[in-house]
Design a protein around this ligand. Structure first.
Ligand code: GSH
Length: 215
């Protein structure tokens, strides 16, 4: 069965899917789409993904969109016992950090990224940037409490929670902002950086997005 992934590689949500595919050493076809590539508003694409965003993944007959659903599916189908803890008591901790990333952490840091990186310098609002930075730091301090005690968000091993949250780390660590010292988060980022799959998927230039609000 062939796996196909649609989405531009500069998208953090696409990067989560690429990381999971690479981590699990799955063969896949990649089709750049969205952003400067466009194509996410065609009837063919909307039939697969009515949300009109990237990523979309097809595995045989199955088509899925929403990056966290994609990463969770790949982990369950191809990484059970590795990225996907089998025991519900272990897995719920992974889901907790995964859902928190979708609802709280990513909205905070993405907002900062849009205000600080995607908004042209002349239009930037220092007050809004400070507020978004404070909201992001609050999230990172929560992660610090966890990562000071465990090497990964789910506990002892890498799981899909680290993939969805860790996808933020290239942008967070390279944005021109004041970052507080968070030794647990930094050590975790160091561990992620040791993985070829993380480096390939996440350490990707976002130069094409600087000062660009269009997509
Ligand atoms: N909740 C969705 C969000 C997807 C999303 O916002 N994708 C952005 C890129 S990160 C997108 O498709 N933007 C339009 C474009 O790139 O053309 C997910 O996690 O998959």
């Amino acid at each position: 069965m062939t796996i196909t992934l649609w989405g531009r590689l500069s998208s953090v949500n696409v990067q989560k899917a690429v990381w999971a595919l690479e981590e699990l050493e799955l063969p896949y076809q990649h089709i750049p789409l969205g952003g400067a590539f466009r194509g996410n508003d065609t009837p063919e694409y909307l039939t697969m993904n009515p949300n009109g965003l990237v990523p979309t993944l097809r595995d045989g007959e199955l088509i899925i969109w929403e990056s966290h659903a994609i990463v969770r599916y790949l982990s369950a189908e191809y990484g059970s016992g590795l990225l996907f803890p089998v025991e519900p008591r272990d897995r719920t901790v992974v889901d907790q950090w995964t859902d928190w990333t979708a609802t709280t952490f990513q909205p905070a840091w993405i907002s900062l990224f849009w205000l600080k990186v995607r908004t042209p310098a002349a239009q930037q609002d220092a007050g809004a940037i400070a507020k978004a930075l404070a909201a992001s730091v609050k999230c990172f301090r929560m992660m610090e409490m966890r990562l000071a005690k465990a090497p990964y968000l789910g506990g002892e091993g890498l799981t899909y929670a680290d993939i969805v949250a860790g996808a933020a780390m290239y942008r967070w660590s390279t944005m021109d902002i004041e970052r507080p010292s968070l030794p647990g988060v930094e050590a975790w980022h160091g561990r992620l950086n040791e993985r070829a799959a993380f480096r390939k998927a996440v350490n990707v230039s976002y130069e094409e997005l600087v000062g660009r609000l269009a997509f």
